[in-house]
Design a protein around this ligand. Sequence first.
Ligand SMILES: [Mn+2]
Length: 448
Amino acid sequence: MKKRTNKKSLLATSETIYSKRRKSLRSQIKGAVAILPAASLQYSSRDLLHPFHQDSDFFYFTGFNEPDAVLVLRGANTGPRSVLFLNEKDPVLEKWNGERLGTKRAKKKFQVDEILDIATLDAVLPTLIKGADTIHYALGSSEKVDKLVLGSLKSKIAPQPGHPHGLRDSRVFTSQMRAIKDRYELRAIRHAIEITSKSLLQLLPQLKSMSSELHATRELEALYARFGATGLAFPTIIAAGKNATVLHHQPKHQPLWKRELVLIDTGASFKGYNADISRTVPVSGKFTETQAEIYDLVHEALKAACNKAKPGSSLEAIHEAAVKTLTTGLCDLKILRGNPADRIADGSYKRFYMHRTGHWLGLDVHDISPLFEKNGSSVSSYLQPLVAGNVFTIEPGLYFDPKDAKTPAEYRGIGIRLEENIVITENGCEVLTSHVPIERNDIEQLMA
Ligand SMILES: [Mn+2]
């Protein structure tokens, strides 16, 4: 008999983990109340809907993928500790927009104290807030909840005992929690990366037979679906030739010429978690000498940046390492004049490298920047010491404007970006995206 690999159960996230996360947030807010709304359906035009994307904080604490729900967590010792409001069943609406879980089945599924129909929110939420000093809520995340929260904070005469006096952004705590990925999250991220890597390995050798950027894009996205992706991390970027100098180029019906490089920046998503990989490859299978010069420089910057990825370092230190390598290389190639330290100081390298070297990666592809506080003021997450479980991208690049007359002609129109996904470990880091070749020789072999 064939051995069964039970991947499905391996990738399942149990209610226990969501329950643990809720408990952790409850203990951090002490006697206060936290309100986390789900996303709502968004119209793109008239009666057409955008694909639904759940609010990432709400998803992190529930795993629940329906719109319009609200999770309330209470730190108080009396009354319910957790309440989930959700849409009740509605056979007519379900015919149009899909099945709803409904309160009856939700009671079996979720380990929360109370499950209530969202229609009762206006009446019940004020009673859940009562007694809490502070409301943890991201103002602006739901018009309906905004009104209820502001209403409960109003007090005409004086601050009243038993009424909340403060509003604090719930994302202070949630962003800190989400910055350190647990093993369930890492599994989902690894799986999204595995799908993306397998698909890229299949697509790249076929690139020369694709009729356009758009064709290559749809082929890649079809591979994602075939390998079980649940969605796209972000709109795929496939940019041929000088299009690669536009950072967020949208693929066009434009051919991939043989002598051109093609920049691919893409990611599948799996159960809400994302991959984000960039590679730049020659359509012909062979880099020209000039293309190779720039490719090697970006690759060197990537390696220098990766060397800084370890506990105690920071995204800022990683960025600085990339900028230093790129600027030194640009000076060596006489694309920039003078010495690298001066060109870094005056920012002139930004003509060719205008973005940061990476971003946090998780439930959002540009995952929320965790806010940390030090001596009463907040610190940028770029300066925060890295710790095991942090997941982010490292993505240096160089972009030579095709119309910049000050750039030597041979470099104009070249755009190269290389991007890896990294997890910080106890002793250093792991490059999660290492299955997709990146060495120039390996790329040429794959494309041949
Ligand atoms: Mn990225």
